[in-house]
Ligand binder design. Structure first.
Ligand code: IPE
Ligand code: IPE
Ligand code: MG
Length: 230
């Protein structure tokens, strides 16, 4: 899920953008509940892109403070719901307390299997692909790997979501029809659902509508549909 539209949601009400981010964190809670309700096992949310640093420093600070608070507040309940939280992205840019909070949340929830919830923070799809290429190049240079052994499976195993299946469905709220550097490799055959609803307004019924839309898709993966091949 690309949780987009927080700022516009707040600005439409004459409120500061941070108010939208706050409401956005509530929307995430509702979305996770609905995803659990449907028995979906994997979900990845885009919380902060590697390009979001280009926002005014006050907004970046408010967002990171909000992550910290939400982490401390929600980990227990997520754990009670058997959610395993994992963070993907480059954490080295974050403060020590935030990094510790992330590590703690991952440790507490690591054995949960009902839902794997990946939170993409300081994440960029291109950076992810680049670091995988670097790891493989290093292995080749040291003689551990031959270039001929590099295939899609091996490459995939060096990406940050290597434990998760490729996503079936991408939901982007907020009306923009673009990927904004999210999961570039993994989205190759993902179904795309774009919603005009601003993220803080995204509710259980919108999750259901997206899943309903997904259920009507004919996924061919380059082949023929069941009807065509019959
Ligand atoms: C998404 O909402 C949250 C983050 C990118 C962190 P935005 O803050 O991008 O909201 P809009 O798109 O400006 O309305
Ligand atoms: C994408 O939204 C990133 C997140 C939702 C975290 P942006 O608001 O950053 O995307 P652009 O700038 O409109 O492409
Ligand atoms: Mg946006």
């Amino acid at each position: 899920m690309v949780m987009d539209g927080n700022g516009r949601w707040a600005q439409r009400q004459g409120k500061p953008r941070s108010h939208g981010h706050q409401a956005g964190s509530e929307a995430l809670k509702r979305a996770v509940e609905r995803i659990l309700f449907h028995g979906i096992g994997h979900m990845t949310v885009y919380a902060f892109s590697s390009e979001n640093w280009s926002r005014p420093s006050i907004e970046v600070k408010q967002l990171l403070d909000l992550f910290m608070k939400a982490l401390n507040r929600e980990v227990r309940e997520l754990n009670d719901h058997e959610v395993c939280i994992r963070f993907v992205g480059d954490r080295s840019a974050f403060s020590r307390p935030l990094r510790d909070g992330m590590k703690r949340a991952e440790k507490i929830t690591r054995n949960n299997r009902k839902l794997i919830l990946n939170v993409a923070v300081n994440y960029g799809g291109r950076a992810d692909i680049t670091q995988a290429a670097r790891q493989l190049a290093t292995a080749v240079q040291s003689g551990q790997l031959s270039p001929a052994d590099i295939n899609e499976d091996l490459f995939d195993r060096h990406l940050s979501l290597h434990d998760d299946p490729a996503p079936d469905l991408l939901i982007r709220t907020g009306g923009e029809k673009r990927l904004s550097n999210f999961l570039l490799w993994q989205l190759a055959y993902t179904e795309l659902h774009f919603s005009d609803v601003l993220w803080p307004d995204f509710d259980a019924e919108h999750v259901d509508a997206a899943l309903h839309d997904f259920a009507s898709r004919d996924r061919r993966f380059g082949g023929l549909s069941r009807v065509q091949s019959a």
